[in-house]
Design a protein around this ligand. Structure first.
Ligand SMILES: Nc1nc2c(c(=O)[nH]1)N[C@H]1C(S)=C(S)[C@@H](COP(=O)(O)OP(=O)(O)OC[C@H]3O[C@@H](n4cnc5c(=O)[nH]c(N)nc54)[C@H](O)[C@@H]3O)O[C@H]1N2
Ligand SMILES: Nc1nc2c(c(=O)[nH]1)N[C@H]1C(S)=C(S)[C@@H](COP(=O)(O)OP(=O)(O)OC[C@H]3O[C@@H](n4cnc5c(=O)[nH]c(N)nc54)[C@H](O)[C@@H]3O)O[C@H]1N2
Ligand code: SF4
Ligand SMILES: [Mo]
Length: 685
């Protein structure tokens, strides 16, 4: 038996270092690498099931559609004919419809920098294809946090063991960032209190010491309410604010409008609980906010994240080790984007479309998209407004190429399917958006079937299109060297050669987390007021806005949300413990553990509709419908229903997944997704 090392490629904050056991060239076990200082040999059950994912149901060779579009019938072809067909079709389409009739669609199938965003960008830039704004995950919240601090940097999670109060705000860390939960447990042993703020009693809420269950999208009002109490009671850190804040006086006026009784009305929390939380937060110096992606998947998610991010500035929590906030730490990993993506190859600025609106893009754009190239993503399952996405994918005149490891719901709509390697079969460079280690992984097994890594395919297509720029010959190692070729890595002595030898290297986080008097904001300070939001037609002082446009028909004069009568329930569809978005939802053992899709509904809402535990119900709105088994539970508030995704479509009773119900409206700022701002009605079937 051989032991080799790798890195988990999935879109998960933890970016675990892996130890792989290999027998006769086959992976028999995937475990954690105990020598990694943060992930310490512990990994989730999804990735422990990887051998099943690598060897089961893989796409083994290129295939051409032989049946009707969407029928799932394909015949084997060679790589040569697949690549030539793509190049030939693209040249014809470009001739007839222009460069922008070609469009890539990708997201986080692999987080390896090389196979995620290097050769692909070079190719599509060179073509002049329609550009994709990759907003589906965290665009709103990232911008919200950056409005305050200018960059995506925050507390180093290893420091959170020193925190005395840890608040998991809109993050189900026990399932989605498990090593942060491990570190919080260590802090708890040192006397820390753990609080969860969420819209349903998930695993993290059950494990926390205290849980605040609020109404979806009301977090901004809660943050303003906490600020109100802190300011009312003179608990703010005046010295810190004086030195490092911008626009604070105007913010104070805004917070004055949010007394506890009003915030109680908006959030569904009691006045007393809000008072308690605010005082505990203000009085615990080393407080750590772990801000998740759940709360920002709403119409008002960007500004709500900004409001929450300002709280540690109010108390000066940043001054102590383990104090502050963490939304994403991707800012600790600047890379040479110019070298990676080569924007200079683009002759003319191309149009950009938002990935959240794929249905609209495919069905409405003029001039139209005539070819879609999908890799690292499964939009038929993960994108909002699913029925519209499918309508787009079903277009007879759309030439769709899907590069995949497995036969996903999206691949079924392809004209050409190309087989993709897994991260165990290709090399890549990994950064994290949570911990501060950069990592490299070489392949640990030979490729399965005729699978090829993303970059190889883009190189082949570039060749077939006649592009002879040298960058289309680069290897993984060339690209890794180029990515690190900026002063940041040189100053830290981090080179590709070192990385290849050491596998992971902790980066020196410099002026950690920021030089507070030289922030990358317009004022150089922590911004309680930002001119950047005027571009979105919003007030420069963060406001709480009810999620009115897609769920609510406005709000009453106090800003209290009023549900629209026809679709009175808010439908939240967070990710599944056993899957990674839609990845792993095809792995039999994990599906068996996840059992089946189900809907959590409060007894009050269930009774009003004659629904009993275990009944099959129909969830509907104008966009689509979902038939699903109901669980009548107290873990959700009246007015809110929850169903963990992202099962493949055939696992639902009527073949429609959770995203049949979700809106493709964009968030207040950043053009983010608003999955959880979905309004529905439920009926017993
Ligand atoms: N096991 C597992 N782990 C994963 C993933 C997975 O699919 N499975 N996906 C990965 C990816 S891509 C991401 S982006 C992260 C996402 O992981 P998280 O950052 O944890 O985000 P979500 O799980 O989307 O939502 C977190 C919680 O927010 C709650 N929520 C919804 N609306 C609101 C609201 O208005 N306010 C508040 N306070 N809470 C709200 C949801 O109920 C949910 O419990 O996880 C990553 N890790
Ligand atoms: N309702 C609802 N919808 C959601 C969410 C939610 O919470 N609720 N979460 C949203 C979020 S936060 C995110 S990030 C998105 C995620 O959406 P996606 O990024 O689409 O994530 P996955 O579902 O994991 O699909 C990734 C696909 O890439 C493939 N893949 C993996 N590695 C490679 C590779 O090296 N090459 C190629 N060519 N393919 C590869 C995998 O097999 C998989 O099918 O989903 C979003 N959708
Ligand atoms: S999915 Fe997340 S927790 Fe699981 S192995 Fe990968 S990085 Fe670690
Ligand atoms: Mo995500």
């Amino acid at each position: 038996m051989e032991i080799k090392y790798s890195v988990c490629p999935h879109d998960c904050p933890d970016t675990c270092a892996l130890k792989v056991e290999i027998e006769d060239g086959k992976i028999v076990k995937v475990a954690g690498d105990p020598s990694h200082p943060v992930t310490k040999g512990v990994i989730c059950e999804k990735v422990r099931a990887y051998p099943e994912r690598i060897y089961g149901n893989r796409i083994l060779y290129p295939m051409l559609r032989t049946g009707k579009k969407g029928s799932g019938r394909f015949g084997r072809i060679s790589w040569d004919s697949a690549v030539n067909e793509i190049a030939m079709r693209w040249l014809k389409l470009i001739d007839k419809y222009g460069y922008e009739s070609i469009m890539p669609y990708s997201y986080g199938g692999t987080e390896g920098i090389i196979n995620k965003s290097s050769m692909d960008r070079r190719l599509f830039n060179k073509i002049g294809a329609t550009s994709l704004d990759r907003t589906i995950c965290s665009a709103a919240g990232s911008l919200g946090y950056q409005l305050a601090y200018g960059e995506s940097k925050g507390v180093n999670p290893l420091d959170s063991v020193n925190s005395k109060l840890i608040i998991f705000w809109g993050i189900n860390a026990l399932e989605t960032n498990m090593h942060q939960a491990v570190l919080a447990d260590a802090a708890r042993k040192n006397g820390a209190k753990i609080i969860a703020i969420d819209v349903h009693r998930n695993k993290t809420a059950k494990w926390a010491d205290d849980f605040y269950m609020l109404l979806p999208g009301s977090d901004g009002a809660l943050a303003l309410g906490i600020a109100h109490i802190i300011l009312r009671d003179n608990l703010e850190n005046k010295a810190f604010l004086e030195k490092y804040s911008f626009g604070f006086d105007e913010f104070c006026k805004k917070a004055a409008e949010y007394p506890p009784d009003k915030v109680a009305d908006i959030t569904g929390l009691s006045k007393e609980r809000i008072e308690y939380l605010a005082k505990l937060y203000a009085e615990t110096k080393q407080s750590f906010l772990r801000i998740g992606n759940g709360l920002q998947h709403h119409k008002n998610g960007g500004i709500n994240t900004w409001l929450i991010s300002l709280l540690p500035a109010l108390t000066g929590a940043w001054s102590d080790k383990g104090g502050g906030a963490l939304k994403s730490n991707s800012g600790y990993f600047p890379l040479n984007e110019q070298a990676l993506k080569r924007p200079d190859l683009m002759k003319n600025a191309s149009r950009t479309v938002n990935m959240v609106q794929l249905g609209k893009v495919l069905c409405e754009l003029d001039p139209p998209i005539m070819s879609l190239y999908v890799y690292n993503s499964n939009p038929a399952v993960v994108a909002p407004n699913q029925n519209y996405v499918i309508k787009g994918l079903a277009r007879e005149d759309l030439f769709t190429v899907v590069h995949e490891q497995t036969m996903t719901d999206t691949a079924k709509w392809a004209d050409i399917i190309l087989p993709a390697t897994t991260s165990f079969e290709h090399a890549d460079l990994y950064v994290s958006y949570w911990h501060t280690f950069i990592q490299w992984a070489d392949p640990v097994i030979p490729t399965i079937g005729e699978a090829k890594p993303n970059i190889e395919v883009f190189k082949l297509i570039a060749g077939a299109l006649g592009f002879n720029d040298e960058c289309f010959l680069d290897t993984e190692e060339d690209i890794a060297r180029q990515a690190l070729d900026i002063p940041y890595w040189k100053e830290r002595g981090i080179t590709f050669e070192r990385l290849k030898k050491e596998r992971f290297i902790k980066i020196d986080t410099g002026d950690y987390p920021f030089k507070f008097d030289k922030l990358n904001t317009l004022s150089g300070k922590i911004e309680f007021k930002s001119r950047k939001v005027s571009a979105y037609g919003l007030s420069e002082i963060p406001q709480y806005n009810p999620i009115k446009d897609c769920i609510f028909n406005g709000g009453n004069e106090n800003g209290v949300s009023l549900p629209k009568p026809d679709f009175p329930l808010i439908f939240v569809s967070p990710p599944n413990h056993f899957f990674l978005n839609s990845s792993f939802a095809g792995v039999t053992s994990l599906k068996a553990k996840a059992i089946e899709p189900f809907l959590e509904i409060n007894p009050e809402d269930a009774e009003a509709r004659g629904i009993k535990d275990g009944d099959l119900v129909r969830v509907e709105n104008g966009r689509g419908g979902l038939s699903i088994k109901a669980k009548v539970v107290n873990s959700v508030l009246p007015g809110v229903i929850v169903s963990a995704g992202l099962w493949w479509k055939d696992d639902y009773v009527n073949g429609s997944g959770v995203n049949a119900l979700t809106p493709d409206d964009l968030s207040d700022i950043g053009g983010g997704a608003t999955f959880f701002s979905s309004q529905v009605e439920v009926k017993k079937i």
